[in-house]
Design a binder for this molecule. Structure first.
Ligand code: SAM
Length: 244
């Protein structure tokens, strides 16, 4: 049937593709993707050959209109380089406009690095907040950590190996005493998930420079191990609040 099929693809391990995803990719007339080489490889692995249409972060109005016109007449899949489309990946405007125009939109669930890291980390999962990538600039990064640090939920960020060091340093300074977890190369051969204080993880990764893809998680407030928090400062703050 015509429409837009949002299809999640593996985040590393090629076995992580659903039967429904394969059937859908087989049935569509075209696959919109970020990088035709990356998606071409996946389709080749699945034994499929499809028309690929580039739809990445730089896609403009014209690219979108062409895709929308196509999906009004035929089934079109949207995939990203890895994981679930739209999640820190292109597709938001496409889905929004398709819905506005009454085009059928279906989403096929599958791998997502944030969820894999959440389940591995051992951090509380009753509430979690996915916040995408931290800002590049130091001040903006610290401001965001200070703001989100108040939210009573585990925080989940996407990160990159070269930036991990700066992220951990910012957490150590803005949210000291919080337990942090780093999920790296998830679903791949060298998958690991390490947890500890931001200082401990900083030291570890200074000695073992990280490679590959990274998800960073921060425990909710109120569970800081004693001894790492400034008890005097907390008492002063509590007294000031009580007096006010
Ligand atoms: N849409 C994808 C998803 O559903 O997870 C995320 C795309 S985003 C552009 C890429 C980021 O996701 C990476 O920088 C990293 O933070 C995270 N990521 C993707 N694959 C990963 C993996 N195998 N292990 C750890 N993190 C991963």
């Amino acid at each position: 049937l015509p429409g837009l099929y949002i299809v999640a693809t593996p985040i590393g391990n090629l076995g992580d593709i659903t039967l429904r995803a394969i059937e859908t990719l087989r049935g569509v007339s075209a696959v919109a993707c970020e990088d035709t080489r990356v998606t071409g490889k996946l389709l080749h692995h699945l034994g499929l050959k499809k028309k690929l249409v580039r739809y990445d972060d730089h896609a403009g109005e014209g690219d979108r209109e062409r895709l929308l016109a196509l999906m009004e007449a035929e089934p079109v899949a949207l995939v990203s380089d890895a994981g679930t489309p739209l999640i820190s990946d292109p597709g938001y405007r496409l889905v929004r406009t398709a819905r506005e125009r009454g085009i059928a939109v279906t989403s096929l669930p599958g791998p997502n690095a944030a969820v894999v890291a959440m389940t591995l980390s051992g951090l509380p999962n009753d509430r979690f907040l996915f916040a995408g990538f931290l800002p590049n600039k130091a001040k903006a990064r610290e401001d965001m950590l200070a703001e989100l640090g108040k939210v009573p939920a585990t925080l989940i960020f996407y990160d990159t190996a070269p930036r991990l060091d700066a992220s951990l340093a910012a957490i150590a300074s803005v949210l000291p005493g919080r337990e942090v977890a780093v999920g790296r190369e998830l679903t791949k051969k060298f998958e690991e998930c390490r947890s500890g204080s931001p200082q401990e993880l900083s030291e570890y990764y200074a000695a073992h420079p990280p490679k590959g893809e990274i998800v960073l998680l921060i425990a909710p407030p109120g569970e800081e191990p004693l001894g790492e928090v400034d008890v005097d400062a907390l008492l002063r703050e509590a007294l000031a609040t009580a007096k006010a």
